[in-house]
Design a protein around this ligand. Sequence first.
Ligand code: DX5
Ligand code: ZN
Length: 217
Amino acid sequence: MRYISPSLLSADFGHLSDEIQMINRSAAEWLHIDVMDGVFVPNISFGFPIMEVLKKECTKPLDVHLMITHPEKYVERFVDAGAWSVGFHLEAVDDPRPILKLIRDKGCRTCLTINPDIDVERLLPYVENVDMVLLMSVFAGYGGQRFIEDTYSRLRRVRQYIDSNRLNTLIEIDGGVNTGNAGQLFEAGADVLVAGSAVFCAKDPETQILKLKGDAE
Ligand code: DX5
Ligand code: ZN
């Protein structure tokens, strides 16, 4: 699968409706929603009021990435607020399993995420119990950072684990994705690429999305 999930974090919030309409018209499959609490990461982004706007106006599935402590307190509210998939960080919790169950019991898709400094081997035991794993290719917290090259070997390890165990868990890559590395990431086994600044700071975001998918000439 070759999906693009533009990250709303880099959108122009002064023209939020226009940005959502652009996403609706575009070839992007999902819209990626970065929620930051200023505790798990040093930055604060946005929360439920923005989700309510998206739930009404966005026709693409909302791929929610929680960068927060105590995700167990909020995951169900995010499902009610329109999330199609809810992900949180493995390193933010003691045991991800009860939180994954909360999400799943609400009929929502699950995603488990790790930052670049967390050993991928720690993620592998959970891979068969989630719909998707998200490998951060920058440290969570800000858009517009430089892609960490080490991500390729981490991605290949998870791809190999999924294939050798005949699982259908998706792999998402998030951070520093651009037209220069998207093709290589898909080839290395990524299913979904998040792209914030590469999409929303482009002159023509819709064409940029096609380029990220490898569909533009
Ligand atoms: C970073 C976020 C990313 C970010 C990606 O903490 O999780 O989703 O918005 O932005 P770019 O594509 O600009 O690196
Ligand atoms: Zn993200």
